[in-house]
Design a protein around this ligand. Structure first.
Ligand code: NAD
Length: 298
């Protein structure tokens, strides 16, 4: 049973994930380098902690939801980090989107401490985190995946076992690479049609009933005013940031390079989003690719 849960990284995703754990009756000890984020959840009923050690001490499971590989490696391995205070028999789930090698590095170190590490990145975004409908993609030992499933289902709707350590992350990175590419493709197609004189809504409806149809065209169209309640219709605010998709495409590039795998479209998409960051669009939703193609600022 999981009578104490430690949770580290209380940002856009971590905050609602902790709230959903508490809704299901779990006791959660929380830590973030931002004191305000800890205080906010303490007010909502969590145990606010001033250090990683305090959050991890005595915990039966620890979930991390941190920005990137270096933060996860540091939070685990530094002095006062997770591996120093983890309890024997505890389960450690990292839900951040990081390099698969992070999982392959940390799993044996956790094992030395008598703990079990899994990579468990999520899809569903902040909306899924709030609604508790995230999909967890798990890499590690299958029986461990089964053990933590009830806990993860407090924050998500689906837990998919993907294979050995790192395979949850491989699934996540493959999906996000495709998203990054498809958003550029839809932006390019919409821009071409509109520039040539097509009515944008008619063009969108043709795409969405034709072979070009995809999530980026149908659910998240990058042209302002096409769909309600998406970032493109709200100044590209919120949603999934350019800096985050650039980070994920960077991971795809890195693992592909190391393994000699060709990802020509992924590589191009990576550099397109990096250019958008240079144009100060890093904190805009990735659908801002449409504006970038027009050479417009937002
Ligand atoms: P975020 O930047 O909002 O949150 C990260 C939190 O980690 C921040 O509160 C930050 O203060 C904290 N932090 C940073 N370094 C720390 C440290 N050393 N110790 C403790 N806390 C530290 O990011 P997010 O949107 O919550 O995303 C987290 C991860 O989940 C990322 O890897 C992201 O790619 C992935 N992800 C995000 C989404 C999304 O839609 N936002 C969806 C799926 C996956």
């Amino acid at each position: 049973s999981f009578s104490k849960i430690g949770f580290i990284g209380l940002g856009n995703m971590g905050n609602p994930m902790v709230k959903n754990l508490m809704k299901k009756g779990h006791k959660v000890a929380v830590y973030d380098i931002k004191k305000d984020s800890v205080a906010d959840l303490a007010k909502a009923g969590a145990t606010g902690c001033g250090s990683v050690a305090e959050a991890v001490d005595g915990a039966d499971a620890v979930v991390t939801m941190l920005p990137a590989s270096k933060h996860v490696l540091d939070t685990y391995t530094r002095k006062g980090g997770i591996l120093e205070s983890v309890k024997k028999g505890a389960y450690l789930v990292d839900s951040s989107t990081v390099d698969p090698s992070v999982s392959q590095t940390l799993a044996p170190l956790a094992k030395e401490k008598g703990a079990t590490y899994l990579d468990g990145p999520v899809s569903g975004g902040t909306i899924g985190a709030e609604a508790g409908t995230l999909t967890f993609m798990i890499g590690g030992e299958e029986d461990a995946s089964k053990k933590v499933e009830p806990l993860l289902l407090c924050m998500g709707g689906r837990v998919v076992y993907c294979g050995s350590h790192g395979m949850g992350l491989v699934a996540k990175i493959a999906n996000n690479m495709l998203l990054g590419i498809s958003m550029l493709g839809v932006s390019e197609a919409m821009n071409l049609g509109i520039k040539l004189g097509m009515d944008p809504k008619t063009l969108m409806s043709i795409l969405n009933t034709s072979t070009g149809r995809c999530w980026s065209s149908e659910m998240y169209n990058p042209v302002p005013g096409m769909l309600p309640n998406v970032p493109s219709s709200n100044g590209y605010k919120g949603g999934f940031g350019v800096a985050l998709i650039a980070k994920d495409l960077g991971i795809a590039q890195s693992v592909a390079t190391q393994s000699g795998i060709a990802i020509p479209m992924g590589a191009q998409a990576h550099q397109m989003y990096r250019m958008m960051e240079i144009k100060k669009l890093g904190d805009k939703d990735l659908a801002v690719a449409y504006k970038y193609l027009q050479g417009e600022s937002v």
